[in-house]
Design a protein around this ligand. Sequence first.
Ligand code: SF4
Length: 341
Amino acid sequence: MDKDFDLQNYLIEGVEGVVKDALKATLRNPRESAFMIKFAAASRSASKKRRTAEDRGEHIPPFLIASITSKCNLHCAGCYSRCSHATVDSEPVKQLSDEEWLRIFTEADEMGISFILLAGGEPMLRRGIMEAAGTRQNIMFPIFTNGTYIDDEYLKLFDRCRNLVPIMSIEGGRDLTDRRRGKGIYDILMENMEKFRARGLIFGASVTVTTENYKEVTSDAFLDGLAERGCKAVIFVEYVPVTEDSSVLAPTDTEREYLMDRIGILREERSEMVYIAFPGDEKSSGGLRCRRQGLLPHQLPRRRGAMSLLALFRCECQGHLSPSGYAVSTVHGAEERRYAP
Ligand code: SF4
C-alpha cells in the first residue's frame, strides 16, 4: 500500500462522493432531493466531527455495519452465511434489543458516523430496529434485504424516513433469481419495486455476480428494468464459492475484466444510477483508495484477505460504541457474531 496514503482524507472523500452521487441520482425526485440536501449538510458536519476527533487522536469510522439478526427466512443456493452457520432459521437466544440499538445509533450520530449498513440474516425481521433507525435522520441506513418482508407498514415507514434505503438482492431475470433464491422471489421483488416507484421511494439492488449471470446483470435490458422502476444504485458483488461444486460459478479474470469495463461504460453513459463493484472497485483503485468501497463491508468476509484491506473491527461491546482505528466498524447484535451476505 502507498506509504503516503491518507486514510482520513480517503474516508472523507468517500462519504462526500457517495452523497454527491446520490444527490445527482435523485434530482428528479423532489422529496428525495430535499432529504439528500439535508443529509449532505449533516454528513459535512459529521465529517468535521470526525476530523476534530482525529486531531485529538481518536479515529471515528464514517461507516458502521450493524449485524442486527442472524435469522433468515430464505435458503439461497450457495449462501456463505448459512454454510458457515452464521445465518439460521431460528431467532437467536441472546441479541441486542431495539432500545439498545437505538442507543448505538444515537451514539453513532453524536460521534459523526454517517452511514450504518443494516445487515443480517434478514434485517427486516427486526421491525423495531428499522423504526429506531428512522429516527436518526443524520445517518443513512442502507438495508441489505432479500425483500420478502416489505409490506404496507414498511412502505409507510420508508416514506416517512427517507434515510432508510432498502437494497434488495436480485440475481438477474426471473430464471436466475428464482433458481438461487427460491420460486416466486423475482415476482416479489418486481412487485416491491413497483410499489416503491408508485410512492416515489428510492431503493438499490445488490447483485451477486457469477460466471452464469455476469452478462445479463450488466446488460442494458436488465439495468433498464431496474432504472425504470426507480432503482438508484446497483451493487455488484463477486460470488465466492462455498463448496467445490460451486467453484465453477466464481468469476475468473475474464469475467472480472468484462464487469469492470462494463461498469466504466455505465458510469459514463447511465448516470441515473450509481454503480459499485466489489471487490473490483477496490482493486482497480489500489485498495483503500476507492472512494466507494466502504459501502460493502458486509460482504468482505466472503473473500480471503479482505479483512486486511478494510481492517474491519469487531465491536464486542454489546450495547455501546467506542472509537476504533478502522475505516469500518461492525456491531454484532446477536450471539452468532458473524456476517451474512
Ligand atoms: S443469501 Fe441472504 S437472504 Fe439468502 S439465505 Fe443467505 S442470508 Fe438469507
